[in-house]
Structures are given as structure tokens and as C-alpha cells.
Design a protein around this ligand. Structure first.
Ligand SMILES: Nc1ncnc2c1ncn2[C@@H]1O[C@H](COP(=O)(O)OP(=O)(O)OP(=O)(O)O)[C@@H](O)[C@H]1O
Ligand SMILES: [Mg+2]
Length: 312
């Protein structure tokens, strides 16, 4: 049986009479990077706050590391790092003080917390701001500090609520690299995000929530039900490639957009297309520069569930 690092049963939250999270059964296997997606107001932050003990469920069960939240909150949070959607309340502390404080909260000795705080400030790119107060930071800098804070105490599980929302482009790329590195070290990582392309680079599992209800959960590759029939192609001689494709009865449509050939294939003949097209190119000395499905697997899952594309 698979071990879950996070498992909820019928997790439900009402605000007054409003039902915001409804009978949620999350199953997050140990060691995966799990993307938690859904439109604005779907209930992601509310769920995450319940997972971390910041908010009490109306009913339902939460087990993290097999322990019960909120009853065993202190023990759980010693092994888990949490990055909230709105980072850091301790406005008057310096970054360094704040990180040491967070380390102490997760049970570290003072000296160890100081060492780790120094290392993590470098790691997250806020080293030269160490003695600045939290309130003096930009929102992206706060988000970096918040990530460092989540990593204090070397937690086995990270719970991150839209961790890249305020990061600059390079910061986002670096962040993805860090998540993958942490995953290789065996950590379990639960991330809520709106950015499909980022989720695809980081996550092998997803949970999709809409209006408080989980509409899909599992490995991305197991959730895709429709095979893509539209492909993007770039070659060293697009005219030649297009001429070939136009002749094929199984090609439904082919057109060119800004140097990229878009081709729609009769799904039953995909195998033949995959064999015949590259072979033709090779035999005619045409180099293949790009060949990929027009939409990614996760985009196809989202379109199926919501009829939506890049932004959730
Ligand atoms: N304290 C509260 N009292 C009443 N309603 C709340 C409260 N907190 C959240 N809500 C409502 O619950 C719903 C879910 O909010 P939540 O913050 O969980 O969404 P989210 O999925 O994180 O959205 P986003 O992508 O915008 O961050 C929203 O409709 C919100 O208005
Ligand atoms: Mg949110």
C-alpha cells in the first residue's frame, strides 16, 4: 500500500453558511511534488490553512506523517515547513532574526539555527539583506525570506501556497530548480499554483479543486484521457514539410503560424504520422527542430475539467 504523507478524509470547511471546502479526500504520496490547482476562490488557501493547523476544519480528518492535525500540530509542524500565501507577519524583525526565530520554533538549537539561517539566506538570494527589517522588503524579497523560513529545520514536507507569485522571471526559474533539488533529496512538496507551465516543470502529481470540491487527483500521466491530435513542428524547410503533410489523407489540417507548422491529425492514424513524417524528413535532408504536442498533458486535463488554458 502506498504511504501518504498527507491524507484527508471528508475535509470540510464552512464560513458561516458558506461551504468553501467540501468532502476533500487528498492523497499525497510520500516523496512526490504535488501541484494543487484551481481557480481563484476554489478553496486552496483554506485547505492549506487547515493542513497546517492555522484554521480548524468544520469536520473531516487530516493525517500528516500519519499523525492527526490539529491534535498533534506541534509534532507535525516540527517536520513540516509552511510558506503562507501572505508571507510573514513579523514586520519588525530583521531577516536574520526572523529565520533564527523560525528555526527555534521548529526545535533547533540556537547555534544550529544561526548557521542554517546564514546558509538559507544565501540559498534564497537575500544574503545581502540579512540585517534589513521585514517591513523594508519588497514583496518578492519577502517571498524569498518566507521560502527560507519554510526550509529552516530541514523539514521532510514542504507546504507552499503560491510560492512564486511575486518572484521575478529569473527567481521563478531558480525556484523551480530548487524544488526539483529538494525533491531529489526525498522531500515531499505540496504546492498551490496558478501557473500551469511551472506546475508541469515541478510536479508529477496534481490535485485539482473547483468550488471546494476535488475534481481530479493523481499522477498527471494517469489523468490525461485525450491524446493530443494537434502538433507544433519546426523544420529546416517548412515548405517541403507542409507539402508532404498536405498530401496525407490522415492530416486534417495543416497551416503555418510565425514559422511554426501546426498540424492536426486524425487520432486513429497518429502512429502512422509519427513514423512516416520524420522518415520523410530524414530521407529528404530536412532537419527537425521542434516536434511537440500543441497542448501539454496538464493543459488537456484542465481544459477537460474547466474548458480552460494557461491561467487557472
Ligand atoms: N475568513 C473567511 N471568511 C469568509 N469567507 C472566506 C474566508 N476566507 C476565505 N473565504 C472564502 O472562501 C473561498 C475560498 O478562498 P481561498 O482563499 O481558499 O481560495 P483560493 O483557492 O486560495 O483562491 P486564490 O487562487 O485566489 O488564492 C473564497 O470564496 C473566499 O471568499
Ligand atoms: Mg489562495
Amino acid at each position: 500500500m502506498e504511504t501518504y504523507v498527507i491524507e484527508t478524509r471528508d475535509l470540510t470547511k464552512f464560513f458561516g453558511k458558506r461551504n468553501v471546502v467540501y468532502h476533500l479526500n487528498l492523497k499525497v504520496p510520500k516523496g512526490v511534488v504535488y501541484g494543487f490547482l484551481g481557480p481563484n476562490g476554489a478553496g486552496k488557501t483554506t485547505t492549506i490553512k487547515m493542513l497546517t493547523g492555522a484554521l480548524k476544519p468544520t469536520y473531516g480528518e487530516i493525517r500528516i506523517f500519519g499523525m492527526e492535525m490539529p491534535r498533534e500540530r506541534v509534532e507535525i509542524m516540527r517536520k513540516a515547513g509552511y510558506m503562507p500565501e501572505v508571507p510573514i507577519a513579523y514586520e519588525d524583525m530583521t531577516i536574520f532574526e526572523f529565520l533564527v526565530y523560525m528555526g527555534r520554533l521548529s526545535g533547533m538549537k540556537k547555534g544550529d539555527a544561526v548557521e542554517q539561517a546564514k546558509r538559507l539566506m544565501q540559498y534564497t538570494g537575500v544574503g545581502r539583506l540579512a540585517l534589513n527589517k521585514i517591513k523594508e522588503l519588497s514583496s518578492g524579497q519577502k517571498q524569498r525570506v518566507s521560502f527560507a523560513a519554510a526550509l529552516m529545520g530541514d523539514p521532510e514536507l514542504l507546504i507552499l501556497d503560491e510560492p512564486t507569485a511575486n518572484l521575478d522571471p529569473l527567481g521563478r526559474i531558480e525556484f523551480i530548480g530548487k524544488v526539483l533539488e529538494l525533491a531529489r533529496q526525498g522531500k515531499s512538496i505540496f504546492i498551490s499554483s496558478h501557473i500551469v507551465s511551472e506546475v508541469e516543470k515541478m510536479c508529477n502529481h496534481v490535485g485539482i479543486i473547483n468550488r471546494g470540491v476535488l475534481v481530479a487527483q493523481g499522477r498527471i500521466r494517469d489523468l490525461v484521457s485525450v491524446e493530443e491530435d494537434e502538433y507544433d513542428v519546426v523544420t529546416s524547410d517548412n515548405d517541403k514539410a507542409i507539402a508532404f503533410l498536405r498530401e496525407k489523407p490522415y492530416v486534417r489540417e495543416v497551416w503555418e503560424e510565425e514559422g511554426v507548422i501546426r498540424v492536426r491529425v486524425e487520432p486513429r492514424f497518429l502512429e502512422e504520422f509519427f513514423l512516416a513524417f520524420p522518415r520523410y524528413l530524414v530521407e529528404n535532408g530536412v532537419r527537425l527542430k521542434l516536434f511537440r504536442p500543441h497542448t501539454s498533458p496538464l493543459e488537456r486535463i484542465l481544459m477537460e475539467k474547466f474548458g480552460m488554458g494557461e491561467e487557472t
